[in-house]
Design a protein around this ligand. Structure first.
Ligand code: PLP
Length: 472
């Protein structure tokens, strides 16, 4: 095989060999995903320790490294790309997104500033504008692609702070429900607020924020000299998939002059479906919205987004200047992403979204999300038929929470019994689920969001639940 004189620059032959071996292995990996265990049953600690290594002075054969990655390291994991992953909020990994990443990393163009790659920046801007269209935002809206929902929530909190509070912002208070994702609290702290300035408002029996309590807390805080500035609503909580009454939150935020952010990291892309839109009425009235394409659009991890109703708000919060930087765009048709985001250099994540959407069309994604809504509803109905099981949270979107509640068992014993049930189900390695606390009691969750989860896997899941309940 020919070689170049430069060790960091493989020859065309070497590149072909690397790519074809990788392609072969990856296609095989995808083909066997349904048979692969849904979780890892070995000693992850030992495997991880065995792979700790010193800084290598010289190189190793590619084949050997590929085997290490795919045969040793990858199987030591939750199979987040497989059809049995029903835990937390499942991710995605549609194949063309990986191809897009390969292209993006090979051309390695710089999309932080418009002038460096105007046409490629345009492709990413198209993605942002499609997302705005999906949530019902009008012209003048905009946004940025982030590494995930946490960074999107942080960007939203900072933007709201800069739009609604003075530079000395310590008396600013923000409001969210006690079911909100923990990244919201973390965002507040990273944005410079004392943690106590985050007011977690109680929720009702459907785990939705109680708006009358929220209103009362805002009034109480105003009387005490605080400066309420932000409400964060949820369009699909991680815990149980609850959707806050977004329209009511929008009315309240409008009346009080507060910024409304909606965390739709999990649920937001269900706006592509009729049922999702019906569940999230008021979404488009939010000042900003987090959507996680690496959840609801089935893209690989590392793809989040923050959308804002008024793109200029993002710009006011983030734009700055330096002598060595190029002139930024002020034409509303164009954008310098670094002016709207904390990031300057970053990956070309837009291509990872653009290619699959152009290739498949957005309807394919909407149809797949519709299937997830059906599967979650189906699972809830079948679970209800299992003696002793009670539904703790009906699916509002694609998440159902449940527990086994036999007569005469309560308190810590009931939690223990359900933790044990979860372990029995996961032990079979056909599906992987996680649990949470709902109303102070342990519950099991099934979150259906992988584009690879279909009815056959849900039937398997229900079989595993039934046999695990019976084997108790
Ligand atoms: C509702 C919600 N918000 C925010 C996040 C954080 O997103 P990420 O993990 O992409 O940072 C998650 C993650 O599961 C989530 O479910």
């Amino acid at each position: 095989m020919s070689k170049t004189p430069y060790p960091l620059e493989p020859s065309p032959d070497e590149m072909h060999a690397m790519l074809s071996e990788t392609a072969e292995r990856l296609i095989e990996h995808i083909a066997t995903l349904p048979e692969q265990p849904a979780s890892y049953g070995g000693d992850g600690r030992a495997e991880a320790r065995a792979l700790a290594e010193g800084l290598p002075a010289s190189g190793t054969d590619f084949h050997e490294l590929l085997e290490l990655i795919l045969d040793r390291a990858t199987p030591t994991s939750f199979n987040t790309a497989g059809p049995g992953y029903l835990a937390y909020i499942p991710g995605g990994g549609v194949f063309p997104a990986a191809v897009a990443d390969l292209i993006a990393n090979v051309v390695n163009r710089y999309v932080g500033v418009w002038v460096a790659a105007p046409a490629l920046v345009q492709l990413e801007l198209n993605v942002v504008r499609w997302f705005c269209e999906i949530v019902g935002y009008a012209e003048g809206s905009g946004g940025v692609l982030t590494s995930g929902g946490s960074l999107a929530n942080l960007t939203a909190v900072v933007t709201a702070r800069r739009e609604r509070l003075p530079e000395a912002f310590w008396s600013g208070t923000m409001y969210t429900s006690d079911q909100t994702h923990h990244s919201v609290r973390k965002s507040a702290v990273l944005a410079g607020f004392p943690e106590a300035n985050v007011r977690e408002i109680p929720t009702n029996e459907r785990q939705e924020i109680v708006v009358s309590d929220l209103r009362a807390r805002i009034a109480e805080d105003r009387r005490a000299g605080h400066e309420p500035f932000l409400i964060v609503g949820s369009a699909g909580t991680t815990n149980t998939g609850a959707v806050d009454p977004l329209d009511e939150l929008a009315d309240l935020a409008e009346g009080e002059g507060l910024w409304l952010h909606v965390d739709g990291a999990y649920g937001g892309f269900f706006a592509l479906t009729e049922r999702g839109r019906a569940a999230m009425i008021g979404l488009s009235r939010a000042d900003s919205i987090t959507l996680d394409p690496h959840k609801g659009l089935f893209l690989p991890y590392g793809t989040g987004s923050l959308l804002v109703r008024d793109e200029l708000a993002l710009r006011r919060a983030h734009a700055t200047f330096a002598d060595y930087m190029p002139v930024m765009q002020h034409d509303p048709d164009f954008v310098d992403f670094c002016d709207l985001s904390p990031e300057l250099s970053r990956d070309f994540r837009g291509l990872r979204a653009w290619l699959p959407i152009r290739l498949f069309g957005i309807d394919a994604f909407g149809d797949c999300l519709d299937e997830k809504l059906d599967l979650a509803r189906w699972a809830a109905d079948r679970l209800r038929e299992v003696p002793g099981i009670e539904i703790v949270a009906e699916p509002r979107l694609s998440l159902v929470a449940f527990r086994l509640a036999p007569a005469g068992v309560s308190g810590a014993d009931l939690d223990e019994l359900n933790r044990d049930l979860l372990a029995r189900i996961n032990e079979k390695q056909n599906v992987y689920m996680t649990g949470t606390m709902v109303g102070g009691r342990f519950a099991l969750r099934i979150c259906v969001l992988s584009f690879r989860t279909h009815m056959d896997r849900m039937e398997q899941c229900l079989d595993d639940v039934r046999t695990s309940v019976e084997a108790r």
